[in-house]
Structures are given as structure tokens and as C-alpha cells.
Write a protein that binds this ligand. Structure first.
Ligand SMILES: NC(=O)c1ccc[n+]([C@@H]2O[C@H](COP(=O)([O-])OP(=O)(O)OC[C@H]3O[C@@H](n4cnc5c(N)ncnc54)[C@H](O)[C@@H]3O)[C@@H](O)[C@H]2O)c1
Length: 379
């Protein structure tokens, strides 16, 4: 086994999810490479040290530039807010490091293009953590579509609903609340939540040609935690958009943080000529499938429990009937990255793939402003 020394930047929610994946992957997958938790970086040394102790990192840095300078780091994992991705990725590419970057790739497509250029010029392996592709049920949906089981696709509809920003007293900015601050996040639900839906959609159903959108910011001003002042809110609290795919299918996408009662309700449904597929993150180990070609008397929606060894990724886990969860999607993504490394193949989505999602997010936000259908430009 070869060691792959990881330098993790940011130890919040995703820092934990990725660290767990690095630790678990060699136990469940037989791979040529083994991730080594070499360094974790956070600006607060004591907190970073506590994280290092809890997760088994060998060392701590308080400046991400130090991680990138270190000769003993092979791969840089960017788990910081969106406004830091570009600068860290460009420096890491210049230093010849592999890069695993959290989504969304960047604040906007312009930044994303610079990042793609940088990794392509440096020829460093790169990947973006759109982890929902690696939910076994979602991977199975991809297999069924690619095998032609749905036939021609007519419709794609997706939703990502939350309810955590309804209170007008919730401040914006700073630790934990950077998602409400346009300067740190780039956009609101479009880049945060719809980006996931878009990545899954273009992976399953191909590229989009045009979009029309509406956005709303329900709470217009919030206290900013970094300045202490009441400031204008610059993010979209909710976004709904219509899309045409290049394959001729029509789509609707909706996301909000104002859907009282919903915490992370990511769902999608795809309707094809022969069959339909539906999936729900709150029940992520099931795939609903309807096949019109079934015998009439027995025709109906099946709820497939995705736990059998012939389901994607499942042979690596427990016995049939026992399900896995959210954290495993990150383990799968690391496993695919390491397997790709051994074969000299990229693991998807690469920066280039993620740029397409970024371009769509930008076009959605533009369409919300113009009120017109906007053509999606080439990434
Ligand atoms: N794939 C997913 O499903 C998913 C889920 C959540 C978040 N994300 C993405 O992951 C990234 C991080 O989100 P999160 O939820 O983990 O945020 P978080 O707020 O929980 O953690 C961010 C971390 O970055 C650190 N940080 C900020 N600026 C830094 C700097 N200059 N140098 C070093 N550390 C710095 C913070 O101290 C914190 O530890 C975002 O881009 C977000 O969009 C992806």
C-alpha cells in the first residue's frame, strides 16, 4: 500500500465528514493507496489541535499556505467557506498538490474557469465533493438510465428544502453563519443546495440548454456577526427554476430555507418513456422505480431496498438487508478517487465537471434578474 498524505483545510462539518471517510476507506475497500491524516489546518491552534487529537491528525497548521508549502503533503482537501476555494486551489495547483475541493467549486463561473485552468496546467488530480452521486441508490439510478431502462426522458424534477433561516433574528456572517453572507458564500440556496441538485441532474440527464428562474430574499436585513451592524442580505433565500435539457426533457428545480418542517429534503423524480425513478434523501437507501412494461396486474411503484451486494458500493459493507447512510457517500468518493489514482484516471466530478454546475448556477441567478429564459453558455 502507498501512503497518500492528506492536508485538510477547515475542520467544520465537512472536515469531519472527510476525515471520517479517510479513516474508514482502507477498512472497507482494497486499494493501492491509503490516506494518511498528515496535517489539519484551522486558524485557531487550540481548536485545530483538539480536532487533530480527536481524529488522529499527525500535525496542525494555522495558515493554509503552510500546508501547501509542506513537502510531506500530497493532497490538499479544501473544506473552508466558498470564498476561500479559489485562492487555496490556485496555490495548491502551483505547488503540484492533488486537490479535493468542497462544492460549490467557486463563488462564480469566472473563478471556476481560473481554477480549472490551474489544475489542468499543473496536471494535478482534482475532484469536487458532490457526494450525492455516491449514494448507492443514486448511482443505481445512473446505471438504470445509462442502460436505457427509462427510454426517452421527458421530465426531471428536483427539490432541496430546509427551514433553518426563517427567524429574522438569525444573524449573518462569521463562524457557522457564513452561508447567509453573500461575500463568503457567493449565493444562497442556489450555490449551496441547488448546486447539488444540478450536479446530480446533469450527471443523470446530460447538459442543460436554457433556464428561467425566480429568487427571493425574504429577510432583507440581518445583523452581521463580523461587523456587528445591521446589513443588507445579499443571498437568495429561495430559488425556483425551469430548465430545458439538451436531450429535449423539461425540468423544474426548487430550493428554499423557508419550508417549515423540512430539514434537508432533497428529492428528485425522473419520468421516462418506459419507466420512472424517484429518490428521497430522508430515505436514502431506497430507490422508487415504476416500469410500465411490467405485467399489468402487478404494475406499480417498487421501493427497492438498496442493500444487496449487486447494488453499487454495497458489497463493501454489511450483509443484504442492512443499510448504510450519509457518511458512507464520502467514503465512496474517497475510494473512487484513490482507485482512479491507481489507474491514472480522474474521479468525477472533476473541477471541469463542477464548472458546468457553476455556469448553470450563474445562469439561474442571471435569469432571476432578467426574468427571461437564458441560454446556458458552454462551461
Ligand atoms: N458536500 C456537501 O454535501 C457539503 C455539505 C456542507 C458543506 N459543504 C461545503 O463545504 C465547505 C465548508 O462547509 P462546512 O459546512 O464544513 O462549513 P463549517 O463552517 O462547518 O466549516 C468551515 C471551516 O473552515 C474554517 N475556515 C474558514 N476560513 C478559513 C481559513 N482562511 N483558513 C483555515 N480555515 C478556515 C472554519 O474555521 C471552519 O473550521 C463549503 O464550501 C460548503 O459549501 C458541502
Amino acid at each position: 500500500m502507498k501512503d497518500l498524505n492528506i492536508g485538510l483545510i477547515g475542520y467544520g462539518f465537512m472536515g469531519k465528514a472527510h476525515s471520517n471517510a479517510y479513516r474508514r476507506v482502507p477498512n472497507f475497500f482494497n486499494l493501492e493507496y491509503r490516506p494518511v491524516l498528515k496535517a489539519v489546518c484551522g486558524r485557531d491552534r487550540a481548536k485545530a489541535q483538539a480536532f487533530a487529537d480527536q481524529w488522529g491528525y499527525e500535525s496542525v497548521e494555522t495558515d493554509w499556505r503552510k500546508v501547501i508549502e509542506r513537502k510531506d503533503i500530497d493532497a490538499v482537501d479544501i473544506c473552508t467557506p466558498n470564498n476561500t476555494h479559489k485562492e487555496i486551489a490556485l496555490a495548491a495547483a502551483r505547488a503540484g498538490k492533488m486537490i479535493l475541493c468542497e462544492k460549490p467549486l467557486s463563488m462564480n463561473a469566472e473563478e471556476g474557469r481560473e481554477m480549472v485552468k490551474a489544475v489542468e496546467q499543473a496536471r494535478v488530480p482534482n475532484m469536487v465533493w458532490y457526494n450525492y452521486r455516491r449514494v448507492p441508490a443514486v448511482t443505481l439510478a445512473k446505471q438504470l438510465i445509462d442502460e436505457g431502462k427509462l427510454g426517452r426522458i421527458f421530465h426531471f424534477r428536483a427539490q432541496f428544502l430546509q427551514d433553518w433561516t426563517i427567524s429574522a433574528d438569525l444573524p449573518q456572517g462569521g463562524a457557522g453563519l457564513w452561508r447567509l453572507d453573500a461575500a463568503a458564500a457567493g449565493s444562497g440556496v442556489t450555490g449551496d443546495l441547488l448546486a447539488h441538485c444540478i450536479d446530480t441532474a446533469i450527471w443523470l440527464n446530460g447538459s442543460m440548454s436554457s433556464v428561467a428562474a425566480m429568487t427571493e430574499t425574504f429577510v432583507k436585513e440581518r445583523k452581521h456577526n463580523l461587523t456587528g451592524k445591521i446589513e443588507k442580505v445579499g443571498i437568495d433565500d429561495a430559488c425556483a427554476f425551469l430548465a430545458r435539457f439538451k436531450n429535449g426533457s423539461l425540468a423544474t428545480f426548487e430550493s428554499t430555507r423557508y419550508a417549515r418542517g423540512h430539514k434537508a429534503l432533497y428529492t428528485f423524480e425522473i419520468n421516462g418513456e418506459h419507466a420512472s425513478i424517484a429518490w428521497d434523501l430522508h430515505d436514502l437507501h431506497r430507490l422508487s422505480f415504476f416500469d410500465h412494461r411490467d405485467e399489468g396486474r402487478l404494475r406499480g411503484w417498487r421501493s427497492i431496498h438498496i442493500t444487496d451486494s449487486d447494488h453499487p458500493y454495497m458489497k463493501h459493507w454489511w450483509v443484504p438487508g442492512l443499510q448504510i447512510g450519509y457518511e458512507h457517500t464520502f467514503v465512496h468518493q474517497v475510494a473512487d478517487f484513490l482507485e482512479g489514482l491507481a489507474r491514472g484516471q480522474p474521479a468525477h466530478p472533476t473541477f471541469k465537471d463542477a464548472l458546468e454546475t457553476q455556469v448553470i448556477c450563474d445562469t439561474v441567478l442571471k435569469a432571476a434578474k432578467t426574468g427571461c429564459f437564458e441560454k446556458v453558455p458552454e462551461a
